[in-house]
Design a protein around this ligand. Structure first.
Ligand code: SF4
Length: 419
C-alpha cells in the first residue's frame, strides 16, 4: 500500500484524550469539539463516581497529569486532601510565576447588547433599568487617562454583543487609542472571525478573553435565548481563531454556577490545554468568574461555594502548571486575598463595570454585575504585598514580545466575564 493511501486509512485521531504525549503528526487532526465530545457528561460522572483515595494520591504524585487525574482531583473524594493540593498548587505557581501578581482593569466600552443571556444584566430582557451607552472616541480616551493615572499598564476593553453599535472597526479604533496609554491591551467582546481578530491585532491587540460560559450544550442552549451567541460551535472556536490571527494571550473560562462546576471546570481545563498545544505561540490563561447575582429570571441552580472554588483552582493548577489564573472583583476582598497563594497570577482592581465608570463614576448606567471587591487599586496592591507577593503593574514590553514570539508563562491580565 502506498504511503498516501495508508495515511488516508488512519483514524482521524488516535487518542481520545489530551494526555501527555499527544503531539506530533496526528495532533493537527484534533479539533477541540471532537475532544470535548469524547468526554461527555456520563463518562465524566461515571469516572468521578468511582474515584477512590488511591486515584487521588496517584494524581497528586504525578508530574504531568492526565485528564483522568484531573477528574480525580475535581471529585468529592479529593476533598480530604485539599490541603495537600493547595500546598502543591502553591509550589507549582511559585516555580512558574515567582511571587508576582499582575494587576489590570476592565474598561467597558458599551453596555448595549442584542443577545439574550438569561444570567446577564446587560441582556435586553434582564429588566435592568440603567441607561445604555456606547463610549465615543473622546470618552474612551478620558477613561484611559483616568486608569493610567492609577498606574495601570494592562487593560481589558469590554463590550456587549452589539456589532452594529460596536463593529470591529470601532473596536480596532478603541484598541489603537488604548495602546497610546497602555503597553498591554486585551478585549472581551463578541466572538469574531479570524479576519476580525487580525484587524484588532494590527492595532496592537495583545489578548482575547472569551468565556464559553458553559461547555454543557443543553445548558448553553437554555441560557442563550437570542443573538449570534446562540451558536455554540462558533464560540467554541473563537480563541483558536484569535490565536491563528496572531493574538498572543488567550484567556478561557466558564461562568461558574451555570452548570456543575466540576464538569465545566474539567472541560475548561481541557480547552486550555488544547489551546496551549494548538496555539503554541500564545500564552493561555484561565479565569474563574463565579455567578453570584443574576437577574430574577435566572435562579442560580448550581451555586459554587468558596470551598468549591478553592478545589477547582488547585486542581486546575496541578493540571495546568504554566497557565496564568485570573481573579476578578466579582469576588469579595477577603476571599481574593486568601486565594492569592493558591495559584492566582492576575487580579483586577478598582473595577467599574459601567461604560464611563472611571471618569464619571456617579452616572446611573446599567452595570454588568456588581463589584464585590471595591478597594481602590493601591489598596489591592498593598494586600498583595501583605500576602508576600509583588504587585506587577507593567507587563512584558511589546518589543520583547514581538522579538521572542512566545511570551513566558502568562503574568498579564484578563478580567472576568463580559459577553
Ligand atoms: S453575557 Fe455578553 S452577550 Fe450575553 S447579554 Fe451579557 S453582555 Fe450580552
Amino acid at each position: 500500500m502506498n504511503k498516501a493511501k495508508s495515511d488516508d486509512l488512519r483514524p482521524e485521531y488516535r487518542r481520545e484524550d489530551l494526555g501527555p504525549g499527544v503531539r506530533g503528526k496526528y495532533f493537527k487532526h484534533f479539533r477541540f469539539a471532537k475532544i470535548l465530545d469524547s468526554w461527555p457528561e456520563a463518562r465524566l460522572r461515571e469516572l468521578m463516581g468511582r474515584v477512590g483515595p488511591g486515584e487521588v494520591s496517584r494524581a497528586l504524585g504525578r508530574e504531568e497529569l492526565h485528564p483522568e487525574d484531573l477528574a480525580a482531583l475535581l471529585s468529592p473524594m479529593a476533598l480530604p486532601r485539599l490541603e495537600d493540593l493547595a500546598r502543591r498548587a502553591n509550589r507549582l505557581t511559585r516555580r512558574h510565576f515567582g511571587r508576582t501578581v499582575g494587576l489590570y482593569a476592565p474598561l467597558y466600552l458599551s453596555n448595549v447588547c442584542t443577545s439574550e443571556c438569561t444570567y446577564c444584566f446587560f441582556a435586553r430582557g434582564a429588566g435592568g433599568r440603567g441607561r445604555r451607552r456606547t463610549l465615543s472616541p473622546a470618552e474612551i480616551r478620558a477613561e484611559c487617562e483616568s486608569l493610567a493615572r492609577h498606574g495601570f499598564q494592562t487593560i481589558l476593553l469590554v463590550s456587549g454583543d452589539a456589532p452594529r453599535v460596536a463593529p470591529p472597526g470601532y473596536l480596532a479604533q478603541a484598541v489603537a487609542t488604548a495602546r497610546e496609554y497602555f503597553p498591554s491591551v486585551s478585549v472581551e467582546v463578541y466572538a469574531l472571525d479570524e479576519e476580525g481578530y487580525r484587524t484588532l491585532a494590527a492595532q496592537g491587540l495583545e489578548g482575547v478573553t472569551l468565556y464559553m460560559e458553559t461547555y454543557h450544550r443543553e445548558t448553553y442552549a437554555r441560557v442563550h435565548l437570542a443573538g449570534k451567541k446562540r451558536d455554540y460551535d462558533y464560540r467554541l472556536g473563537a480563541l483558536e481563531r484569535a490565536g491563528r490571527a496572531g493574538v498572543r494571550r488567550l484567556n478561557v473560562g466558564a461562568l461558574l454556577g451555570l452548570y456543575d462546576w466540576r464538569l465545566d471546570g474539567f472541560w475548561t481545563a481541557l480547552h486550555a490545554r488544547y489551546l496551549q498545544k494548538e496555539c503554541w505561540q500564545s500564552a493561555v490563561s484561565v479565569s474563574f468568574p463565579r455567578l453570584r447575582q443574576a437577574p430574577p429570571r435566572h435562579p442560580v441552580r448550581h451555586p459554587v461555594s468558596d470551598r468549591d472554588l478553592v478545589q477547582l483552582m488547585v486542581a486546575l493548577r496541578l493540571f495546568l502548571p504554566e497557565v496564568g489564573f485570573n481573579l476578578s472583583t466579582r469576588e469579595p476582598a477577603a476571599l481574593r486575598d486568601r486565594l492569592i497563594p493558591l495559584g492566582v497570577t492576575n487580579m483586577s482592581a478598582g473595577s467599574s463595570t459601567r461604560p464611563g465608570g472611571y471618569s464619571h463614576p456617579g452616572e446611573e448606567l446599567q452595570a454588568q454585575f456588581e463589584v464585590e471587591d471595591r478597594r481602590p487599586p493601591a489598596e489591592v496592591a498593598a494586600a498583595i504585598r501583605r500576602a508576600g507577593y509583588d504587585p506587577v503593574w507593567k507587563d512584558f514590553d511589546q518589543a520583547f514580545f514581538e522579538g521572542v514570539g512566545r511570551p513566558p508563562a502568562d503574568i498579564s491580565s484578563q478580567e472576568g466575564k463580559g459577553p
